[in-house]
Ligand binder design. Structure first.
Ligand code: ATP
Ligand code: MG
Length: 381
């Protein structure tokens, strides 16, 4: 099976996984591939490497998908029968826009945005990217302008963070945290208040921030907006759980990464989220077959001196140790996945920083097994 078959009839594809495994690259390559096949696709990327963003003509400030002109991708042979739209997520802007949308009037929105708790919340490193990525997904899905939305996800220490952060943050916004804190009688506040008072007072002296006042002002301002947050949260959950959504997990072939991926997949399934498959990125392919280093040395020896041939053969053989390791990982994963999509993308010679690189990745995601193999003779010859 290829990605194209998997995504047939899907409206949302979420690419999750641990930090640095290739989520952004995979998301962009999937979007490009689906647009090439006729779909109107938008990809929401998070912190793409500068050069990749430039290659796609993405500007940080937009926070809205913009259409990518295939003429400007610098790939004359590339035909997009569909449309490729892309954006870079700006968490702070997405947060602000959300407040604008749910606030009863512009004055209240402005006041909330000036509040110090809000400032902290909307720029916090942990949680706000996750929350706003989901908020953006919701907004784009409600507008219904695209056949498919591909959502990149932020680097998470644990892959599960991505799913938990929006829930944590929206229940905070719904005021549960504060209501529990204050309680109907205010008892909680008195108890916590007594213990925390000296600390809060010290904080206020040093930083000038009056945390408690700011917090209660913040929740006062949110007021009845919190029910709107709950409604949105429920709708978002519906989108994420829908059979038209596909969660793809991206991973590297290392043993621990595979373990984490299997664990993440179980968590998705336990939570009723539509796990669809795994992309194992940066795989070292077996180019040796059943040959050994000696065979490679002899092959190379035909076209270079013996010393050089021996050194290259050794190097090639070392690479092959990684290929063996990766093959074991893939076999183990395939067994565990019982029938779910498993795609291997090789380690390319260079970083993926342009459309050419994305097209190379696309080739592995969009073609089926047998076409991907490269025999050793074509490499050595
Ligand atoms: N198959 C590959 N071959 C070579 N380089 C790759 C491959 N896949 C990704 N890369 C490179 O690895 C780096 C990390 O990839 P990418 O940014 O897609 O990962 P990520 O999972 O989005 O990272 P983060 O968690 O930090 O957002 C990039 O420099 C990218 O160009
Ligand atoms: Mg990324």
């Amino acid at each position: 099976m290829s990605i194209a078959e998997l995504l047939e009839g899907k409206r949302v594809c979420v690419c999750g996984g641990a930090g640095g495994v290739g989520k952004t690259t995979t998301s962009a390559a999937i979007a490009l591939g689906m647009a090439a096949q006729g779909a109107k696709v938008a990809v929401v990327t998070i912190d793409p490497a500068n050069r990749l963003a430039n290659a796609l003509g993405l500007k940080r400030l937009e926070n809205e998908p913009s259409r990518i002109d295939p003429e400007r991708l610098g790939q004359p042979g590339l035909e997009l029968t569909g449309e490729l739209w892309a954006m870079m997520l700006d968490p702070k802007r997405t947060f602000d826009e959300l407040i604008d949308r749910v606030a009863p009037d512009p004055g209240r929105a402005a006041e909330i945005k000036r509040n110090r708790v809000y400032e902290q919340l909307s720029t916090a490193v942990s949680g706000s990217q996750e929350f706003t990525a989901i908020a953006k997904l919701y907004e784009l899905e409600e507008r219904g302008e695209f056949d498919l939305l591909v959502l990149d996800t932020p680097p998470s220490r644990s892959a599960l963070e991505f799913l938990e952060a929006p829930v944590r943050l929206s229940s905070f916004l719904e005021g549960r945290a504060l209501r529990a804190f204050m309680g109907p009688t205010g008892a909680g506040m008195r108890i916590v208040g007594r213990g925390a008072a000296p600390l809060l007072a010290a904080l206020r002296r040093v930083t000038g921030v009056d945390l408690l006042t700011d917090l209660s002002t913040f929740f006062g301002l949110l007021g009845d907006m919190t029910s709107d947050f709950s409604l949105r949260a429920a709708r978002v959950e519906e989108i994420l759980r829908a059979p038209t959504t596909a969660f793809l997990l991206v991973t590297s072939p290392q043993h621990d990464a595979i373990d984490e991926t299997l664990w993440f997949r179980r968590t998705l399934q336990d939570n009723g989220l539509p796990f669809a498959g795994v992309v194992v990125n940066r795989v070292h392919h077996d180019l040796l077959g059943d040959r050994d280093a000696g065979d490679v040395e002899r092959l190379l020896g035909r076209s270079m001196n013996a010393d050089l041939a021996s050194r290259i053969a050794r190097n090639f053989y070392d690479y092959h140790v990684l290929a063996r390791r990766d093959e074991q990982s893939l076999t183990r994963l395939a067994k565990e996945l019982d029938g779910h999509l498993l795609l291997a993308v090789p380690q390319l010679d260079d970083d993926v920083h342009d459309v050419g690189g994305l097209l190379a990745i696309r080739r592995y995601l969009f073609t089926s097994g047998s076409e991907r193999k490269r025999p050793i003779d074509s490499v050595v010859a």
